[in-house]
Ligand binder design. Structure first.
Ligand SMILES: NC(=O)c1ccc[n+]([C@@H]2O[C@H](COP(=O)([O-])OP(=O)(O)OC[C@H]3O[C@@H](n4cnc5c(N)ncnc54)[C@H](O)[C@@H]3O)[C@@H](O)[C@H]2O)c1
Length: 457
């Protein structure tokens, strides 16, 4: 090895090690197919025996999980049997909500970080909803499936490439569902665009843009409990896209990712990390713990993904800078484009004017292309709330599928592919935006998997 090559090699090895370190373990790059470790059969299209009543348990009923308890209680054919949370205040709050609303008091767990394992020994639970801090997602999902229950996990599914594989392996070995609950796929606009894509309105798909741009610096003021108490730390541990799935989930469904196409490779780049340092200086005393942290996550991260069919996707993450919320939600085809935030459409044929101008009046498009699921359930979804109805619709659909013996709309491969962008983006950023292969969690089955249908349920 020449001196220059050796220096380059050592630098690259150091950066890769650092990326592994921030994500919790060193990650060999070529974890791409892993056929040799397969322990069961594919869970693409998994159907489990119909459940008359779906018996539900929860791990984590903080800000997000409490909303899930409420929403589930409105859905027919469900029974909430047990709840686990280490914070007694929020545990009691959920129990009270249920009893105040005429439901039975669920069994409560939470006297240790591992109390959820006691809950999982119960035999009267069918599904477990996991809404805990990110580091718990993988162990809790794996323990849930190993106990014979189906796991429904908040976003992101897990934090490292190895954790994604462990979850996929466990789902295949146990033949349990493990759905990452990407609620944004159930938004009215996202469902409409999916319907339009399936009807060929945009022509052949070429390019998508996805994002989670949401100013959340204020969460740094949550110290003991609530999201900011643990999420802030990730800004000191990983420089990359910390939260890729809200924008990417819908674009992936538009493009049939894991169902005819798949993510091939990515490259990622971050801006400097300045916003949280400045915010901490401005909002906290000099001695405050928020001023002792070293914020390393670039305020804006931009990742580019190439699919095997040659399509491109831009995914951005920024929870720090002062700017309006956006998930981009852009899909470009040979006949035109839809873009979100604000919604607009431009088409070469079939539009209402020149493709040089945006059509921003959505009422026409909703009337023509609202997704059948939204047409049927939209009013009820809006009434029951949760991000404009998408949360309720997601739950409604999960329960519908379980009670009617239908496959879920999102499977373990979706959750893994969408979430793995986080650790890989960090690894790419750490080494001058190196191009990294994205694992094929389906181990080749993406080629024969059917695209997600336009469900009429
Ligand atoms: N899909 C969405 O739109 C959306 C929105 C917000 C949050 N989330 C996700 O929801 C999850 C939870 O976020 P949050 O905002 O509710 O955070 P939170 O801190 O308010 O709630 C987490 C809860 O988990 C509990 N917990 C922690 N460790 C536990 C353990 N070992 N056993 C039992 N309980 C434990 C905490 O006591 C807390 O009540 C995160 O993964 C987040 O990314 C998703």
């Amino acid at each position: 090895m020449t001196r220059i090559n050796r220096r380059h090699f050592l630098k690259a090895a150091g950066a890769a090690a650092a990326a592994g370190m921030v994500s919790g373990c060193a990650q060999p790059q070529h974890l791409t197919n892993q056929s040799s470790r397969k322990q069961g059969k594919s869970v693409i299209g998994l159907v489990v025996p119909k459940m008359d009543v779906v018996r539900v348990a929860y791990i984590g009923v903080g800000q997000r999980g409490y909303g899930h308890v409420k929403r589930m209680s409105y859905i027919e054919g469900t029974e909430i049997v047990a709840i686990c949370d280490t914070h007694s205040e929020v545990l009691e709050r959920s129990a009270k909500f249920l009893t105040d609303n005429g439901k039975s008091k669920p069994a409560l767990y939470g006297n240790s970080e591992f109390a959820y394992k006691d809950m999982l020994t119960r035999e009267d639970i069918d599904i477990v909803i996991i809404s805990t801090p990110w580091k718990w997602h993988a162990p809790m999902a794996i323990d849930t499936m190993n106990s014979g229950k189906h796991a429904f996990v908040e976003v992101p599914l897990a934090l490292t490439v190895e954790e994604m594989w462990q979850i996929v392996d466990t789902a295949e070995r146990t033949q349990r569902n493990c759905m990452m609950m990407e609620n944004v796929n159930y938004g009215r606009d996202e469902l409409m665009v999916l319907n339009m894509v399936r009807q060929g309105v945009f022509g052949e798909l070429l390019h998508g843009e996805a994002a989670y741009i949401h100013e959340l610096r204020w969460q740094m003021k949550e110290i003991e409990h609530k999201t900011g108490s643990w999420r802030t730390e990730w800004h000191t541990r990983r420089d990359g896209n910390l939260y890729p799935t809200h924008g990417l989930g819908p674009v992936s469904h538009y493009m049939n990712i894991n169902r005819g196409d798949r993510f091939d490779y990515l490259t990622s780049m971050s801006s400097p990390a300045l916003g949280r340092v400045a915010y901490a200086r401005r909002e906290f005393d000099a001695e405050h713990q928020r001023n002792a942290l070293k914020y390393i996550c670039g305020d804006m991260n931009t990742t580019m993904i190439k699919t095997v069919k040659g399509r491109s996707i831009v995914v951005q993450h920024d929870t720090t800078t002062p700017r309006p919320y956006s998930r981009h939600n852009l899909i470009q085809g040979t006949n035109g484009v839809f873009a979100g935030f604000p919604n607009r459409i431009a088409l070469e044929s079939g539009g209402r004017g020149s493709f040089h101008d945006w059509d921003e009046d959505m009422s026409y498009w909703y009337k023509k292309y609202d997704h059948p699921l939204w047409v049927k359930m939209g009013k009820e979804a809006e009434r029951n709330g949760g991000h404009g109805g998408m949360d309720f619709l997601m739950f409604w659909r999960m329960i519908y599928c379980l009670r009617n013996g239908e496959p879920l709309d999102q499977d373990v491969y979706d959750g893994a592919a969408w979430s793995v962008i986080s650790p890989l983006s960090a690894q790419s950023v750490a080494n001058r935006s190196e191009s990294l292969e994205i694992p094929d969690f389906t181990r080749g089955d993406w080629l024969s998997a059917e695209p997600l249908g336009i469900v009429e349920s």
